[in-house]
Design a protein around this ligand. Structure first.
Ligand code: CA
Length: 706
């Protein structure tokens, strides 16, 4: 496997010469294409256009990783999930926090150079299925690009952080959000969006990096009518016949919310496409159909957005099995032949190796248990579905569930070991047609529209039930051989929803965990060689860079995101602490402040006055409208208030003021008066009050040692 081609080395030399007298972050396509020959920097999201997240730096090794210590850290004022990959160029680190806040640091000292807060209206937060996160910036010719949660794409001066231009990339009256990192290819800033759980139509747009002018837009699913002059118009001729019914009323989905990769030699841009809206195909496209290009990898021409090929991982998607997961490009040798491979481990549990020149399947194998399909047919490239996988004949407990065998947390590929390191997880989900009080699904603008029964997916309300759930959820770091499609080794974590991965030429793999442990493993064996207590859970991926001959390893810490919000109670112990940037080097001597102690106290709780039937109704309303942010069974992930401890649970008027009248809209909690009545809001309060009393009794019993 080649590491650095002669061409890339030449380009690197050219880039270094061109670098004399360069502006800050004067990144361009030549410099990104030559990134492998410029090991010191990390200039685009996945480090290279191929997004391998492999660093050629080798000063930190299996032998000396034990001497890693903190070089500097920066505590972030934001308190939501942290998912960004910092970029480093010309000695400056550029990164993002929750609410799309951008910061630049001196990468050697951690000194804050500038900060840009796009002032995202906090009420935008309810449009974000999976927290107000941001996965990072792009750099191009002296500018820093960020996608803001409210749908703006903003260009900043890399030196000052001052805004150069800003464009709105979405219809802000619809539940679109941006959480993904832009990429820049050939002077075009590429940005997608999210919102398929709430009901939107997905697309990717390209903007002129200099001016912010939109150049093309590729829709991933058809609309009600042809979208004249969209780059996707010819491709929609392929897609439209694969749909039925009035799918456009619920948006169709297919959002491009995370992964992209680019091959400069083939001049192909690869994008990962998300799930259907709603999830349930019976509702979305009655009568079936593959529903292109849901859950597909699509290859486009970056100059025009023209369609080249697609590979659909999950035809007729009906489980939230997105193919937005990390895409890695690598040149492999399979069966003695060189293969230009594209690799992905999407949510559906299969690891795909695809020929990136033409989109043909080379191989697919499950990397976690998959109950919905027994395999992938090598000839047709289609999954072999199991009976009742589509839950048409009743309830089906499926593995993976909508959180995936692997989610957005990036993998890494080491050309030295030939292995892909996957942050994998096992989180089953009970799929069921919306029945009972959920029957007669109807689209409701601006809220969760998934078209499956939400009540049976609620976590148990009792501690014993929660314990059993926790024991059934798994998280592992898997070292996967993409040539033989076999697992080489794996390291178990205490639960799911851990961090992204970095591989280095020092023979190391770095990963953080939900429990706040940031660790280095021997890439060949999985042996843990170093770890650090970050005092806060980690989901973001690490990165590494070098300044003046010294190698640094950086990671952003702060638990959050989709699983944390909805099912944070499913991981124990979780780690609650300040969100931070952490940077390590050999011999680093800095220390963190002592681990903070939880200060949660219960308010004085009045007795529950509702009837059991009213509490049951409150539980259903909670499952439909509240649990996606405040957590199943009202157990929060720390970043959004745990309602069981809220004084409002004891105050009917105050509760109504927030839920119905929108008293806390500036803080992000919008009024739900469009969806629920004041009486329903009170039923929810009574339900949460009953949970709070149970939790208070448990806490008292634990304190008394009984
Ligand atoms: Ca989704």
């Amino acid at each position: 496997m080649k590491r650095i081609s002669a061409l890339a080395a030449t380009l690197a030399a050219v880039a270094m010469l061109a670098g004399c007298g360069k502006k800050t972050a004067d990144i361009d396509g030549v410099r990104i294409a030559a990134a492998d020959g410029n090991a010191a920097e990390w200039v685009t999201h996945g480090r290279t256009y191929g997004e391998q997240r492999f660093s050629p730096l080798d000063k930190v090794t299996v032998a000396n990783a034990g001497e890693l210590g903190l070089a500097w850290s920066f505590d972030l004022p934001e308190n939501r999930g942290i998912e960004a990959t910092p970029l480093v160029a010309d000695g400056v680190m550029y990164t993002t926090s929750s609410w799309s806040v951008v910061r630049a640091f001196d990468a050697r000292t951690g000194k804050l150079l500038w900060e840009f807060d796009p002032q995202v209206p906090r009420k935008t937060g309810v449009k974000a299925c999976c927290d107000s996160v941001n996965r990072g910036v792009a750099l191009w010719e002296g500018r820093v690009y960020v996608g803001a949660l409210d749908g703006r794409l903003i260009a900043l001066d890399a030196k000052t952080g001052k805004k150069v231009w800003s464009v709105v990339t979405v219809d802000q009256s619809k539940p679109y959000t941006i959480t993904g990192a832009p990429r820049v290819v050939k002077g075009k800033v590429l940005i997608g969006n999210g919102g398929a759980e709430l009901g939107v139509r997905g697309y990717l747009s390209a903007y002129n990096a200099k001016t912010g002018k939109m150049l093309w837009r590729f829709y991933t699913v058809p609309g009600e009518t042809p979208t004249d002059d969209a780059a996707s118009d010819p491709a929609m001729k392929i897609a439209r016949p694969t749909w039925n019914g009035e799918f456009w009323k619920v948006g169709g989905g297919g959002t491009v919310w995370d992964s992209m990769a680019y091959d400069p030699d083939l001049d192909l841009l690869y994008i990962g496409v998300g799930n259907g809206s709603p999830w349930n195909r019976d509702i979305r496209s009655p009568g079936g159909g593959d529903n292109l290009f849901l859950s597909s990898i699509v290859a486009l021409k970056p100059d025009t957005g023209a369609y080249v090929w697609h590979y659909q991982t999950t035809p007729g998607e009906t489980w939230d099995y997105t193919a937005t997961q990390h895409i890695i490009l690598a040149d492999l040798t399979i069966g003695g032949k060189p293969v230009k491979a594209l690799m992905q481990a999407p949510k559906n549990g299969f690891f795909y190796v695809i020929d990136r020149t033409n989109g043909k399947l080379i191989s697919a194998k499950n990397y976690v248990p998959t109950s919905w399909a027994s395999g992938v047919d090598p000839v047709s490239g289609r999954p072999v579905e199991t009976p009742n996988a589509r839950y048409g004949d009743g309830f089906a407990m499926a593995m993976p569930g909508p959180l995936g065998g692997h989610n957005w947390q990036p993998m890494a590929f080491s050309p030295n070991t030939g292995l892909v390191y996957i942050p994998a997880q096992e989180i089953p989900f009970p799929y069921m047609q919306p029945g009972g009080a959920n029957a007669n699904f109807r689209y409701q603008p601006g809220v969760w529209n998934i078209g499956v029964d939400t009540l049976i997916a609620a976590l148990p309300d009792d501690e014993a039930g929660l314990k059993a759930i926790r024991a059934s959820l798994k998280g592992r770091l898997i070292a996967w051989d993409p040539v033989t499609q076999t697992e080489k080794w794996s390291v178990p974590h205490s639960g799911p929803w851990n961090g992204g991965v970095l591989a280095t030429a020092g023979g190391l793999v770095f990963q953080g965990s939900a429990t706040g442990e940031f660790a280095a493993y021997d890439a060949a064996t999985g042996r843990k060689v170093w770890s650090f207590d970050a005092q806060t859970g980690i989901v973001a991926p690490p990165m590494t860079y070098e300044i003046d001959g010294e190698q640094y390893v950086a990671i952003m810490a702060g638990w959050g995101g989709g699983f944390a919000l909805t099912a944070g109670a499913g991981v124990d112990p979780r780690s609650e602490g300040p969100r931070r940037v952490l940077v390590f080097k050999i011999g680093g001597k800095k220390t963190l402040p002592p681990r903070p102690v939880s200060t949660k106290v219960f308010p004085d709780l009045p007795p529950v006055t509702a009837t059991p039937a009213q509490i049951a109704a409150g539980k259903l309303t909670y499952a439909n409208y509240c649990s996606v942010c405040h957590g199943a069974s009202a157990v929060s992930d720390f970043s959004i208030p745990d309602l069981r401890y809220s004084p409002l649970v004891a105050a009917a008027d105050g509760w109504k003021g927030v839920v119905i009248d929108g008293d806390r809209e500036p803080a992000g909690m919008v009024s739900f008066a469009r969806f629920i009545t004041p009486a329903q809001a009170e039923e929810v309060r009574q339900y949460v009050l009953s949970l709070a009393q149970a939790q208070k009794a448990r806490a008292a019993a634990a304190k008394a040692g009984t």
